[in-house]
Ligand binder design. Structure first.
Ligand SMILES: [Zn+2]
Length: 439
């Protein structure tokens, strides 16, 4: 359905801009932007009365498989370090996932994202008891809600070389599917693949080579956790005598499409090496704080930093706000404008992967848009936008969400059956938690 979005306040991040405009949307794109557009008879006119229109948010690192973890029973004992957090919480949870709970977890996470105004997800999936076909299940769930996503499976040696091979095979199968789907003018073009890998400390040289081989074969980037905790760095030094980034470079695993999540404990020369190769650092400040792994050297990540939630929902307003305050508290030197630039990088990354423009609101750009009913008590301008974002704008003001030209939430009403889907997700969560107790 073509739309004429009238009387909106168009807000874009790079450069920061706030401007009254009308937008014409058709066939998944913005086809016209002007101060006043006359309606034609084929389109529906939506009067936004000065409400804000922004590009849909992008989450550059998440784990939909953990969406049913919210409020789950405590682990058998409290973890005392990062490895134990993995072993006692996340590796028990991902092992417990089956065909059904993978789907409902992705549904729950995707609904959360849509409600938060996040229209594109970079997901990092793991379900070692159900590997083959798992990415298609995640895709179906995301498609049901109507989001755009980049999927991959976490390759790891946790379950030996057989488990590793299953992971590599699942990435290959999805990359192959996505390569065909991207040329179709249908909903399938809403997905891309990456090569997923857990982390250096759970990957042998042979496993890293397999991942790098897939990257070459499909011209895809690697999506991997890097130096999230010091244990990753210690492991690479002890086993290979080099740093984590040096190890990835040795295996040809760095590229301009590669996402390195966390990067908390990297030496400066390694950060430089990754940036020279064009890789992106995904900063996940709430997750880092929650796991107590330390504060990432954000000022060193320069122009190649994006923001992720690491599975703590998909609310980029909240993540950016936490990033801002944590940065202030830690003396990072970052201003609100710097974090606005990072959010713009998220759009840049997604635009590069999908080969469309997702960060601007102009004729020719994809119509992944959110409408915010944000009524501040002070003027909102191009100059102070970043401070409105840092201190006040939030996902509760997200009123409508459009992805690829279609509303998936309109005037706070979802086009998917939210009540039913959420109820089904809760039922699946109860079953998953019961299973967890027996593990
Ligand atoms: Zn992660």
């Amino acid at each position: 359905m073509p739309y004429l979005l009238q009387s909106s306040t168009v807000v874009t991040f790079d450069p920061p801009a706030v401007e009254r405009a009308d937008l014409r949307v058709a066939a998944g794109r913005i086809i016209e932007r002007n101060s006043a557009i006359e309606p034609n008879e084929t389109e529906e006119v939506v009067n936004l009365n000065g409400k804000l229109i922004m590009p849909g948010m992008v989450c550059a690192h998440t784990h939909l498989y953990s969406a049913l973890a919210r409020g789950m029973p405590a682990p058998p004992r409290a973890p005392t370090n990062f490895k134990e957090i993995l072993e006692l919480i996340w590796w028990r949870l991902d092992r417990a996932l089956d065909e059904e709970t993978i789907y409902w977890s992705a549904i729950g996470g995707a609904i959360d994202a849509a409600r938060a105004g996040t229209t594109c997800l970079f997901d990092h999936h793991a379900s070692p008891s159900y590997v083959g076909g798992s990415l298609q299940i995640v895709r179906e769930a995301i498609e049901k809600i109507g989001l755009r996503a980049v999927l991959c499976y976490e390759v790891t040696d946790r379950a030996g070389s057989r488990g590793r091979d299953h992971g590599v095979g699942e990435n290959r199968a999805f990359l192959r599917w996505a390569r065909h789907a991207m040329n179709e003018p249908s909903h399938k073009a809403m997905f891309r693949g990456m090569v997923g890998a857990h982390a250096s400390f759970t990957l042998s040289d042979e496993s890293l080579d397999r991942c790098a081989g897939l990257m070459q074969e499909f011209d895809a980037g690697l999506h991997i956790h890097v130096a999230e905790d010091e244990c990753d760095v210690v492991d690479a030094q002890a086993k290979y005598g080099i740093g984590v980034i040096e190890r990835l470079a040795r295996h040809d695993a760095l590229s301009p499409r590669t996402i390195l999540a966390h990067g908390v404990h990297l030496a400066e020369h390694e950060i430089d090496q990754a940036i020279s190769a064009g890789a992106w650092f995904a900063h996940n400040p709430r997750s880092n704080a929650n796991n107590g792994v330390g504060y990432a050297p954000v000022s060193k990540f320069g122009q190649r930093m994006v923001l992720g939630t690491d599975g703590i929902g998909a609310d980029m307003f909240e993540e950016a706000r936490f990033a801002y305050f944590k940065g202030r508290d830690s003396g990072s030197g970052f201003t609100a404008n710097d974090w606005l630039r990072v959010l713009a990088n998220n759009h840049k990354l997604a635009s590069e992967i999908f080969d469309v423009n997702l960060g601007a609101i102009d004729a020719g750009c994809r119509a992944d848009l959110i409408v915010l009913d944000y009524r501040p008590p002070t003027p909102l301008t191009s100059e102070n936008l970043a401070w409105h974002l840092a201190f006040a704008m939030n996902s509760a003001t997200v009123e409508s969400v459009m992805v690829n030209g279609d509303f998936i939430i309109r005037d706070r009403q979802a086009t998917f059956d939210e009540e039913y889907l959420s109820e089904q997700a809760r039922t699946a969560a109860t079953r998953l938690w019961k299973k967890l107790k027996s593990l």
